[in-house]
Design a protein around this ligand. Sequence first.
Ligand code: KDG
Ligand code: MG
Length: 403
Amino acid sequence: MPKIIDAKVIVTSPGRNFVTLKIITEDGVYGLGDATLNGRELSVASYLQDHVIPCLIGRDAHRIEDIWQYLYKGAYWRRGPVTMSAIAAVDTALWDIKGKLAGLPVYQLLGGASRESVMVYGHANGTTIEDTVKTALEYQAQGYKAIRIQCGVPGMASTYGVSKDKYFYEPADADLPTENVWNTSKYLRIVPELFKAAREALGWDVHLLHDIHHRLTPIEAGRLGKDLEQYRPFWLEDATPAENQEAFKLIRQHTTTPLAVGEIFNSIHDCRELIENQLIDYIRATVVHAGGISHLRKIANLADLYQVRTGCHGATDLSPVCMAAALHFDLSIPNFGVQEYMRHTPETDAVFPHAYTFADGAMHPGEAPGLGVDIDEELAAKYEYNRAFLPVNRLEDGTMFNW
Ligand SMILES: O=C(O)C(=O)C[C@H](O)[C@H](O)CO
Ligand SMILES: [Mg+2]
């Protein structure tokens, strides 16, 4: 058996913080797993270092499911983003090891390719509608078949999804949380105008997506969905906070605009009600925050029964290790929808050399054994952890709101 003899947590900040787990086996084969939880990185690093790694030593790296169950059931304290990101890192690293030992890319172990490549969506944003449309046209020229569009809201100093630097959107931008201000009425007026302008400029052969980032009530989301139907959005994401899953029934009663939810979900139990009641069209859970490749496959299998497709979260705070794992998963499952791809900075890409590629609006994980991603530890050591928080959000009267 490939016995696990060592494991370590690597925290590095090549432009932003990443937490990576490296599991090493007796014969020197190692695997990597992403454990990055944006704005709360060190909690997962400690969970792994202090509570998981000691339990891994001596175990058979091939027993992925058993180790998953051991960490999940054995902790007693189930679910939650910290636990599930830590378990995800172990699971991902073990799939990487299994692939390397088999001499096969992970997607082959998951049943092989169900498609030639996976469609990804890029992020076009700008402070004005014109700016956003201009950026979206650039994405279209680069071959993207799906583009998320977000623009600034007149009268608001900052808006979710609109970056200072258009190429690499980075919300975790300060060592204490930045305070944003929100006005729903202003927002609801601008989004249909953005979609109208985007359709006029980009035509109808490109998928347009939009992220509400949990900012609307169900009835407001229903109204926006209805207003946007004429522009045929691919999806509206995180229309309302999803703790109360019943809320999505109200949105569904008012609009046929497809809905996507789940980037902050950690478990199949967070997804179950939405999927079984067909209240969403796309499930956004991804490898690092939802228990790894093994658990995400269970979520996808459940979703497949209800014609819900996947749309894995793929923001820059998910490392190239997660990106690689997500691409192997996306390529293999029958009910793939789309994969988010925000692109990493050149500094990040240099720390995590990878085999995955982008061409014509789609990505492929490559044919390297395992995940096809590595970490340059010497380079990683040069980028120290840099405390960075996600912003918080208030209504104009100072009420604390959803970011
Ligand atoms: O990529 C998206 O859809 C997001 O909503 C990005 C999130 O705000 C980001 O990943 C938070 O860490
Ligand atoms: Mg989102």
